[in-house]
Ligand binder design. Structure first.
Ligand SMILES: [Zn+2]
Length: 161
């Protein structure tokens, strides 16, 4: 695996997460998603079932110090997944102070990973976030048209094309 790594202080990621502008956060999300989908996931040379590879990747993310990532729902046939993140140090830095979920970088990572694994474009909405006083962060993944855009979260976090 030829994948250069940089060790980045969490404090730097907190700075990025402090951006509260919705448009800017959507841009961060789509840029990260595209990079992960088209480049980063391929570096892992994954093979095997979606179940197995998605569990490997959640273990990998957990081991990299971004918090404990658990796959709590996976429906390969319908291209849906739900991830839970515990002890997320970025969101914890905002605990009780943020009005909206802050983990747009992780939304982009997860959307890129699952778009690659499902071989179909899926998007990610952060439904709960420690930054707004939820116990854990919860990320919902599915095709964009299956999100309910009458609701505030998908409208703020995604572009409906
Ligand atoms: Zn969060």
């Amino acid at each position: 695996m030829n994948l250069p790594f940089a060790i980045v202080p969490i404090d730097l990621l907190i700075g990025i997460a402090s951006v509260s502008d919705e448009l800017a956060n959507r841009k961060i999300y789509y840029a990260v998603k595209e990079q992960v989908r088209s480049s980063l996931v391929s570096s892992f040379h994954l093979s095997g079932s979606v179940e197995r590879t998605s569990r490997f990747l959640t273990d990998f993310f957990s081991a990299s110090g971004i918090g404990g990532v658990r796959l709590i729902h996976l429906d390969v046939e319908n291209h849906r997944a739900i991830l839970m993140m515990e002890n997320n140090p970025i969101a914890a830095a905002f605990e009780g102070r943020a009005q909206k979920p802050v983990d747009h970088l992780y939304r982009g990572v997860f959307a890129g990973v699952f778009s690659h694994l499902f071989r179909l474009d899926v998007d990610c909405v952060e439904h709960q976030c420690t930054a707004v006083n939820h116990r854990n962060c919860e990320f919902i993944l599915k095709p964009v048209h299956e999100f309910d855009f009458a609701r505030e979260e998908p409208r703020e976090q995604l572009d409906l094309e």
